[in-house]
Design a protein around this ligand. Structure first.
Ligand code: 48H
Length: 259
């Protein structure tokens, strides 16, 4: 029987975690939000050799994917997103009407495993509450334990520097919102402000989510639902192909951008 030392177990957790956390305070890409868009972006960027850190506020990764539609745990995808599912290794069922269906729990688990195996580091229970701006560029993010804000503790955060930041925070587009609040309406939209999400329209929302993916301020990129919130695209309900395609698009654009 192995002898298990309680303190050695504790020390192993602290040492291993703080080493990885400390390493990730300087990355090529910091992604805020481990929903489908953030995890897919992280997968492609890490696979291409970039140092990627994904910071997720909740204990669980997966964002809005777990519940499929109305908590029926199935996610719907269209043909265009099939190659991403196949590459990442999510099992799909093709229906006669042409839609693809996945198990939502399997989809979250496999997306996360793919991102982590590709080399992305995922830190859960950490909220991004501010950005670093140096000159005219987002140069990193400001982090705190999520428990600090939920317990309303007055505890100062820490900083993480990154070559670029991806806002993959979903409907609220939190990082874009922080930038506008801190430095004014200077996003690359018609007004410089967030234009706000429009009512449900799957056909249009799934197209615009990819078109709206991109750099919205120097060093700050937007992917997933946050892209339609920034540029005024509609929501699309429980079809998730656009989130995968937006995450992949963000990665492709970042990889093609000058560093
Ligand atoms: C750390 C944060 C912070 C923060 C938020 O909501 P998500 O799943 O986002 P996407 O864009 O990957 O996917 C959207 C999809 O789930 C969805 O909602 C759809 C398709 N809706 C259509 C419709 O009509 O309703 O994930 C975002 C993640 C979440 O896990 C948040 O907890 C996290 O980001 N997050 N993490 N710091 N400040 N804000």
């Amino acid at each position: 029987m192995d002898r298990l030392d309680d303190v050695a177990i504790s020390r192993a957790i602290i040492e291993e975690y703080t080493r990885d956390f400390s390493d990730s305070l300087e990355s090529d890409v910091a992604i805020v939000g481990a929903g489908p868009a953030g995890m897919v972006a992280g997968y492609y960027l890490a696979r291409a050799g970039r140092r990627v850190a994904i910071f997720e506020r909740r204990l669980s990764v997966g964002g809005g994917m777990w519940g499929g539609g109305i908590m029926f745990g199935r996610c719907i995808f269209q043909e265009a997103s099939r190659p991403v599912l196949d590459e990442i290794g999510v099992r799909v069922t093709r229906r006669e009407d042409g839609y693809y269906v996945t198990d939502s729990v399997e989809t979250v688990a496999v997306l996360c495993a793919a991102a982590v195996k590709a080399g992305a580091r995922v830190f859960n229970s950490i909220s991004t509450e501010d950005v670093l701006i140096r000159g005219e560029r987002v140069a990193g993010i400001v982090l705190n334990w999520s428990a600090v804000s939920s317990a309303r503790l007055h505890v100062d955060p820490i900083s993480a520097r990154a070559g670029c930041v991806v806002d993959a925070t979903g409907h609220d587009a939190e990082i874009a919102r922080i930038v506008v609040r801190k430095i004014g309406k200077r996003l690359r939209t018609e007004t410089g402000d967030l234009l706000g999400e429009r009512p449900m329209w799957a056909e249009v929302g799934e197209r615009t989510i990819v078109e709206h993916t991109g750099e919205i301020y120097p060093g700050l990129w937007v992917a997933g639902m946050a892209a339609n919130a920034v540029f005024g695209g509609p929501r699309m309900g429980p079809i998730f192909g656009g989130m995968l395609l937006s995450g992949r698009r963000a990665a492709e654009m970042i990889l093609a951008a000058p560093r």
